[in-house]
Design a protein around this ligand. Sequence first.
Ligand code: ACO
Length: 329
Amino acid sequence: MSKTRAAITGVQGYVPDYVLTNAELEKMVDTNDEWIRTRTGISERRILKGEGRGTSVMGIEAVKGLLEKTNTDPADIELVICATVTADMQFPDTANIIADEVGIKNAFCYDINAACSGFLYALTTGARFIEAGAHKKVIIIGADKMSSIIDYTDRATCVIFGDGAGAVLLEATKEEEGIMDALLKSDGAGRIYLHQKAGGSSYPATAETVARGEHYVYQNGRPVFKAAVSGMPDVVSKVMQRNGLSNEDVNWLVPHQANKRIIETVAKMVDFPMERVMVNIHKYGNTTAGTIPLCLWEWEGQLNKGDNLILTAFGGGFTWGAIYVKWAY
Ligand code: ACO
């Protein structure tokens, strides 16, 4: 009997309306459009405005649209996983809030926190439940309201991040398509370069931690850059090799959108032409768990059944990975 696989059968994205341009950032911190574009490739990013509006607001929009476009009854969804580092609150998980708001009542729901690799971790986890025969319809969300943990007086981080969400529907299939392979990695030693110092159980929120700005993203960019451009090519090459894929066999490389220079370096290292690399960082910046599903959403119209995609990401943790997807529709 042929193996059960998990196929992506729909994708939907959502970005907030507010556009934060480089020109506006020039007025907030000592930076300039030229530096931001040449060092990161970013021209603008979206910001979710409004008091009390958290990551779930974007996840809800993405999932609503996904259910609608795939003509899926919310009652048929059995599992919802949301990858995020900016959960609405410490608990309950944002996946629960999203499911409740869109009418998904027969599912169990939880979040995965793997920073920029979160969508890859969540996609792999969801696929495993389907492959094991436990569930038939699963929703995977990647969503982050990075503006909620960014210090808009720190020019080293505030120019990079944006807000956004994407979601995919995973369904069981007996066809040779869907999530074909995944290689995920983590190395906790990298946590010193990229983390949020306070707000967790080590340093719970106090007036002092807030005053010191310890609830914002701390990043030492250079070591992260270095680790990203060695980690991603390594897992991409390994996944391609063990699936017998040459560069010509892969239709699209779908990298996490952290920095255009990282994307170009990774593509060069795996000898992949930029025409077949999905890049939308200029419009959205780094939306952490949102970047990869937002790319799939934007390129959906150009994807054909049977296309081979390699998704790859690197981020806080450190976490990184690559997934081989055969597009199913
Ligand atoms: N505008 C102008 N100058 C700036 C800015 C800015 N916005 N930011 C930094 N600079 C200055 C620095 O102060 C420094 O000046 P100095 O030489 O006088 O000290 C100079 O520019 C170079 O700074 P670097 O930090 O070395 O710049 P770099 O070229 O490394 O770019 C960046 C910084 C964009 C952060 C880059 O290191 C990077 O992309 N790193 C990886 C990010 C990443 O992949 N993160 C993982 C995902 S995020 C997650 O998981 C949540």
